[in-house]
Design a protein around this ligand. Structure first.
Ligand code: PEP
Ligand code: MN
Length: 285
């Protein structure tokens, strides 16, 4: 036991330097990463329109749920395998990496075929069988904070993945349950500098699930970057009013474009920056 904390391998005491690894040309943990895309993959037109837009913005990571953990069993549950196939196709056509949520251990080999980063959602942060299974893969895991979990429990969940052999963990603060009902969750931005003290792992923020309110996404994104986050995961939709899930918190495409300009300015005063200056990808028409 090297650390006084219950977690070991993910602790700063174990490893003082920041963990970094490269996905789709972005050195995560060193450069800022921006993941954007719809809450759920809905159809070809939607995912191709969004992926084309993301590539034009020089964004390198696309999110999109194919298996959706919905509070109600009557809500849209996702396109499942068909959604993963569609997203891979759209991502490949535009040079994007795919981030999608996996909910159960029996889908690991399917996801391994289609995604570049496994997303573990808030409801599965303590699905230890899933964490152990993902520890045996060689792709990064985006580990959301459980909505009722302490930072220590979250780091122990990360410890499951790292101790099983996969060091490529990205923590993601997505808001916690409090008495407040005006926002969907309470986005705990103090977790960013605290995690930076306690762990060497990269940490990003999800202001979409974190607030549930479209108008709050841009200010909380700015605050997250200012507080030292290593990136953001943001929901965006070509027609938010028609979205099959989380439309109220999804940005319009032009809002994301404006947000990138704002974030580029804020990031410039931090050590880390977004690489949105490189030439835009040429999309064949
Ligand atoms: C999502 O990203 O759409 C999602 C369901 O996230 P969370 O697990 O944070 O609720
Ligand atoms: Mn969502």
């Amino acid at each position: 036991m090297h650390s006084r904390k219950p977690y070991q391998l993910v602790s700063r005491e174990w490893k003082s330097t920041d963990t970094t690894f490269t996905v789709n040309g972005v050195e995560i943990g060193k450069e800022l990463m921006l993941i954007a895309g719809p809450c759920a993959v809905e159809n070809e037109e939607q995912i191709f329109t969004i992926s084309e837009f993301l590539a034009k913005q020089n964004i390198k990571f696309m999110r999109g749920g194919a298996y959706k953990p919905r509070t109600s069993p009557y809500s849209f549950q996702g396109l499942k395998t068909e959604g993963l196939v569609m997203m891979r196709k759209a991502a490949d056509a535009h040079g994007l990496a795919v981030v999608s949520e996996i909910m159960s251990i029996d889908r690991v080999s399917e996801f391994n075929e289609y995604v570049d980063i496994f997303q573990v959602g808030t409801r599965n942060m303590q699905n230890y069988a899933l964490l152990r299974a993902l520890s045996k893969t060689n792709k990064p895991v985006l580990l959301k904070r459980g909505m009722s979990s302490t930072i220590e429990e979250w780091l122990l969940a990360a410890e499951y993945i790292v101790s099983g052999g996969n060091e490529k963990v990205i923590l993601c603060e997505r808001g916690i349950r409090t008495f407040e009902t005006a926002t969907r969750n309470t986005l705990d931005l103090s977790a960013i500098p605290l995690v930076k003290q306690w762990s060497h792992l990269p940490i990003i923020v999800d202001p979409s699930q974190g607030t549930g309110v479209r108008e709050l996404v841009a200010p909380m994104s700015a605050a997250a970057i200012a507080a030292g986050a290593d990136g953001l995961i943001i929901e965006v939709h070509n027609q938010p009013n028609e979205a099959l899930s989380d439309g109220d918190q999804s940005l319009y495409l032009d809002q994301l474009e404006q947000l990138i300009q704002r974030l580029t300015k804020i990031a410039a005063i931090n050590e880390k920056s977004f690489d949105f200056q490189s030439p835009k990808i040429n999309i064949p028409t």
